[in-house]
Write a protein that binds this ligand. Structure first.
Ligand code: KET
Length: 466
């Protein structure tokens, strides 16, 4: 085979990035700085062949820049929606992604969102860039919604709030802050957790490990394991906690257990890092669902909270959320905010305005706010009613005496069924119930009419597949 001669020039490192993966085994490489040839840079996990560090290369032959890139696996959650769309079966049911559907299994745009959008049109709002930190009116109401208007952290202006790209973008921005200002600090993630948490910290190069959370034996919380693992973490770790409606298990600590968790976090000088993606969706009450965060804040602790409006306002595609950092003083909050802005600017410059205005209008206008609360209660109520109906169907159909009541104890959009990977695959392959392979089903995508079919599918998969 012919060999390819490639010359490498470290002088132009800055514009180097993309050709290194073409160098096949029989490629001869010439470099004018061989000492640095294998040094520096991190391996690229997405490229099959060897990484050759940061060099610009002038290839003597025409080699493809992208040929060596391997196929990425589908996303474990959003890939389910892709597979669902591709299915032509009439019975198909998408219980993969956590997205609210009506009883007719249609996406739902909240009335208050439509009203807020009308207001925006009437006011003739423009499309100028937002400041890096986002819309001021949004940042104000979102922090107030989370902590409560009268919370001392709000009154004392101790919260640095930056509008970001929904829950995911807010978590990613916080991860960048950790990477920059707390080098080497670890994030502790519950086992299991929302699948994207690990990706976020991996991509931000923040080390993480897991703490015990779910106990398959009791289908409940492994509270002792959780406490022990948080205690054992290096002092000053970030403890990622789901504010409410834990995803995927639907199992939340009791108020008393939250107090105990706060004790240990405080004792070890850890930093609580809340992911609040379901405020109002767990119980139907915005205040009750924020109580875990408020309990930590009331102890005077520093903490971080990533917020999302994807679920509670149905603004999935608007990418609207925020990162809040509770600081010891207003001064510190101003400094933290300035650094969050500095991190956001090269990542995405500034956030989108549309969703921010919707939230500012809904949360900031008392009439719309009250109407929103009713709509949220309605959505949370529909999920609770299909949860009950699914339990009833399972109990009526399953003659074995198995106790399915764990489903009723879970809270939020999801139910963690306990089905394993092959059982979950059977749900999809045989019953056309599209779901994640960890046994999670989104009850927000279920209608009363489909409960019987789902119960049949679960019973068949549970008893007939190993
Ligand atoms: N946190 C949690 C716990 C979470 O479940 C989600 C989304 C997010 C953050 C981020 O949502 P965003 O739209 O970026 O604000 N979860 C659902 C959708 C997804 O996986 O993206 C899900 O678990 O189905």
């Amino acid at each position: 085979m012919a060999s390819i001669v490639v010359s490498l020039s470290p002088a132009s490192m800055a514009d180097a990035p993309s050709v290194r993966h073409h160098l096949k085994e029989n490629t001869k490489v010439k470099t004018n700085d061989s000492s640095s040839f294998l040094r520096g840079g991190y391996g690229n996990a997405f490229v099959k062949s060897k990484s050759f560090s940061r060099f610009s290369m002038v290839a003597a032959v025409n080699v493809s820049h992208f040929e060596g890139i391997s196929m990425a696996p589908p996303d474990p959650i959003l890939g389910v929606s892709e597979a669902f769309r591709a299915s032509t079966n009439e019975m198909k049911l998408n219980l993969g992604v956590g997205a609210y559907r009506t009883e007719e299994l249609q996406p739902y745009v909240l009335n208050v969102v439509e009203k807020a959008e009308m207001l925006m049109l009437e006011r003739g709002e423009n499309k100028e860039y937002l400041p890096i930190e986002g819309l001021a009116a949004f940042n104000k109401v979102t922090a107030e919604l989370l902590f409560g208007v009268d919370n001392p952290v709000i009154k004392q202006q101790r919260v640095a709030t930056v509008q970001s790209l929904s829950g995911t973008g807010s978590l990613r921005l916080a991860a960048a802050l950790i990477e920059r200002y707390f080098p080497g600090a670890k994030v502790l993630i519950s086992s299991p957790s929302w699948g994207n948490h690990k990706n976020i910290f991996n991509d931000a190069r923040v080390p993480w490990s897991e703490y015990r959370y779910y106990d398959p034996k009791t289908v409940g919380l492994d509270f002792e394991g959780m406490i022990a693992d948080i205690k054992a973490a290096p002092e000053g770790s970030f403890i990622l906690l789901h504010g409410c409606a834990h995803n995927p298990t639907g199992i939340d600590p009791t108020p008393e257990q939250w107090e105990n968790i706060a004790d240990v976090v405080q004792e070890k000088n850890h930093i609580p890092f809340f992911d609040v993606a379901y405020q109002g969706f767990a119980s139907g009450s915005l205040d009750a669902d924020a109580s875990s965060v408020r309990l930590f804040a009331a102890r005077g602790m520093e903490l971080m909270v990533a917020q999302s409006y994807s679920k509670n306002l149905g603004l999935y595609a608007e990418r609207i959320g925020a990162i809040n950092v509770v600081c010891p003083s207003a001064d510190a909050a101003a400094r933290v905010k300035s650094q969050l802005k500095r991190l956001a600017r090269p990542m995405y410059s500034n956030p989108p305005v549309h969703g921010a205005r919707i939230v500012a209008n809904v949360v900031g206008e008392p009439d719309l706010f009250n109407e929103w609360r009713k709509e949220m209660e309605m959505m949370a109520g529909r999920i609770k009613s299909v949860r009950q109906k699914l339990y009833d169907s399972l109990t009526a159909k399953d003659q074995s005496g198995k106790d399915w009541s764990f489903i009723l104890k879970q809270i939020g959009m999801f139910s963690y069924t306990g089905l394993n990977k092959s059982q979950s695959e059977n749900m999809t392959n045989k019953w056309h119930v599209f779901m994640t392979k960890d046994g999670r089903i989104s009850l927000a995508g279920l209608s009363s009419a489909k409960c019987e079919h789902l119960a049949d599918a679960i019973i068949d998969s549970f008893y007939n597949v190993v």
